[in-house]
Design a binder for this molecule. Structure first.
Ligand code: F6R
Length: 643
């Protein structure tokens, strides 16, 4: 039975503190099902997904197999989908994914595993898909289907437009889906255009369905699938009405659900400073009036009458929220020396502060908070910009080729005597050949990855130099989890954490700027965030930690909503231009061809828009009108370590 808070939800949705907590429950359900059916001599038919979402479930199932004797001898599996055109030995094929991430670690007989074939001759695809459907039926139908959800709202590869009665078939991948897969394939151009997927109807016929979603990037589609009328433009919404479907999501994927976004619309609310701010800012937007002009009648009309009786009359609440919001704005992100700091986001002392900016990849620091870094530096803070990973996986081959061609041609063009002293050009030629021969394949040599790391390092140096940051302030950690990994397959170890602990201990920062708290825990930013949490837990008893303020920047995709911002740093038009100029240095992160999707912006356009929109949001509620604003949320150490 759903609760009052869930009244807008058409699919039973459970919010877990994090993906591991949810995955434990899913794995437990699957294990119980396998055990109870095995006891009765029955097989269990599992519908499986790939991608980063199910990984914590697979890890837990493997653990259960190893430590709790969970056997897969009586399990039959059917995967949702496979890229069309990829061999089973291609590193990005779902066949490889499944054997590496789950099947190869448990005792399932090979002939009980089924994946759609990505290499069936085109003329035989239709018949092959029909056989896949039939095989599922002959196995007794899917007992338990797990799903992830794409940012298009797809399940399996049923993209928008897929019908409720669709069956297993060949489909064309959506542009957004291909872009999301670009990093796995080292460039969008290498991503297959087609896939074979179970249909919506195939999935709906499963006896139980659990869809999982982690991270802020999924919040929007989860809300639509759960709360909106089902329609074919959002295939996950077609799960509504299935007799046993549940969504298991983490907190960051839940933020757009009405019960989280506007809790006062679904039931009684516990009024805290934050929830009052959230409600009043929402009301100001809804009524299209600045905060100080809101009247009792506005509160009543938009369903917030309760706050007036529970807390105070409109006049008092307005002033309170106005002041709170006003006090988040500061031109002194490192604290203003010799000034009264009672209502400033940062302390005046100590001054200058030691500031540590952590960026998961070399670009997020400047893109997300370049203006703030510039100010901190100008105002005398001692800045360290630490890049946690090399980011080489996100550098397209074309860029590496340009650099290597340059090096190899330099040798040929330059004076021969001079060139003989250098073997660099020769090395470049060898690597160029390698790049040529592995085109489209994602298994690259560590040398090519190194070249790509250097490209990103140099971009980071150029960008920070434009902001007048001393080059010695840049630290490239090149954490090993990234160097030995690939997207969706990062496996951090003790060494990663140790490197971060050493950095923290060397800097002893008064301020740490970080990101990734709302990201998919399997993404680069998500892994870096978990490592930071672990490193802070390890150092928690050291004296400097008590003095550290933790400031979270949200990332490129989204800015904090107004009510969550604790520090807002305004940028003048000149400062914004300056930041944009710095952002131009990240050439390797440019959009790649084909440029079909005009909604997809260059990164400098994204940050520009984000910062301008934040300024506009302040303006809308009646604050001063700034050109642009970078925003931060303060996180208490205890909150971070608990979460
Ligand atoms: C995978 C699949 C897809 C993914 C979805 C989410 O077999 O069918 O629907 O579940 O694209 O991908 P991740 O989990 O990587 O975010």
């Amino acid at each position: 039975m759903s609760t009052e808070a869930e009244q807008f939800e058409r699919i039973s949705t459970k919010i877990f503190q994090d993906s591991n907590a949810a995955a434990t429950v899913v794995a437990e359900e699957i294990a119980d099902l396998i055990k109870s059916r095995s006891k009765d001599g029955k097989t269990t038919v599992l519908g499986l997904a790939t991608g980063s979402t199910p990984l914590p479930v697979y890890r837990e199932l493997i653990r259960k197999h190893r430590e709790e004797n969970l056997s897969f001898r009586n399990v039959i599996t059917f995967n949702l989908d496979e890229y069309y055109g990829l061999n089973t030995d291609h590193p990005e094929s779902y066949y490889q994914f499944m054997w590496q991430r789950l099947l190869g670690h448990v005792d399932i007989p090979e002939d009980q595993v089924h994946l759609p074939s990505g290499t069936t001759e085109r003329s035989k695809v239709y018949a092959n898909c029909a056989e896949y459907e039939q095989a599922i039926e002959e196995a007794g139908g899917l007992d338990y289907q797990i799903l992830g959800i794409g940012r298009t709202g797809h399940i399996g590869f049923n993209e928008p437009g897929s019908t409720r009665d669709s069956k297993t078939r060949l489909v064309t991948l959506d542009a957004l889906t291909r872009r999301d897969a670009a990093r796995d394939f080292l460039g969008e151009a290498n991503v297959p255009r087609y896939a074979i997927t179970m249909g919506v109807d195939t999935i709906l016929k499963a006896k139980r369905v659990v869809l999982m979603a982690w991270g802020q990037a999924k919040a929007g589609v989860v809300q639509q699938a759960v709360e909106e009328e089902p329609n074919e433009n959002l295939p996950a919404g077609l799960l509504q009405g299935h007799p046993d479907v549940r969504f298991f999501i983490d907190e960051s994927a839940s933020v757009s659900l009405t019960r989280i976004r506007n809790p006062w619309l679904v039931g009684p609310v516990e009024w805290t400073d934050r929830s009052i701010r959230k409600a009043v800012i929402w009301l100001s937007n809804k009524a299209n009036k600045p905060i100080l002009k809101l009247q009792d009648s506005d509160y009543n009309e938009f369903g917030l009458g309760e706050i007036l009786t529970d807390v105070a009359p409109a006049y008092d609440i307005n002033i309170r929220v106005f002041n709170q919001t006003q006090h988040t704005i500061t031109g002194w992100p490192g604290g203003k020396p010799d000034a009264d700091d009672t209502s400033r986001p940062e302390r005046a002392t100590p001054f200058p502060k030691r500031v540590l900016v952590l960026a998961p990849e070399p670009d997020e620091d400047i893109l997300c908070m370049g203006g703030t870094i510039h100010r901190l530096n100008n105002q005398g803070s001692e800045i360290t910009l630490a890049y946690l990973t090399s980011g080489n996986l996100a550098v397209p081959d074309t860029m590496a080729r340009q650099v290597l061609s340059l090096m190899s041609e330099m040798e040929k063009e330059l004076d021969q005597n001079l060139a003989e002293d250098f073997s660099l050009g020769k090395l470049a030629s060898v690597l160029l050949e390698e790049l040529q021969s592995t085109e489209g394949d994602t298994a690259e040599s560590s040398h090519i990855r190194q070249v790509k790391s250097l490209i990103r390092r140099n971009e980071a140096r150029d960008a920070s130099a434009l902001l007048k940051i001393d080059p010695s302030s840049l630290k490239f950690l090149d954490l090993p989890f990234y160097e030995t990994g690939r997207y969706r397959a990062f496996n951090p170890s003790e060494k990663d954490q140790q490197d971060l602990v050493e950095l923290l201990q060397a800097v002893k920062p008064h301020q740490i700027y970080f990101t990734g708290g709302l990201a998919d825990p399997g993404s680069v930013a998500g892994v870096c965030f978990t490592l930071l949490k672990q490193a802070l837990a390890t150092t928690a008893s050291e004296a400097w930690v008590d003095e550290t303020y933790l400031w979270s920047y949200r990332g490129l995709a989204q800015e904090w909503p107004l009510f969550e911002i604790d520090m807002a740093v305004p940028l003048s038009p000149d400062e914004l231009n300056h930041k944009t100029e710095a952002s131009f240095q990240y050439r390797s992160q440019r959009r790649q061809f084909p440029l079909r999707d005009s909604a997809h912006k260059e990164i400098w356009q994204q940050t520009d828009e984000l910062n301008r929109n934040t300024a506009a949001a302040y303006d809308d509620v009646g604050m001063a009108e700034y050109e642009a604003i970078e925003a931060f949320k303060r996180i208490q150490l205890s909150e971070l370590l608990e979460g």
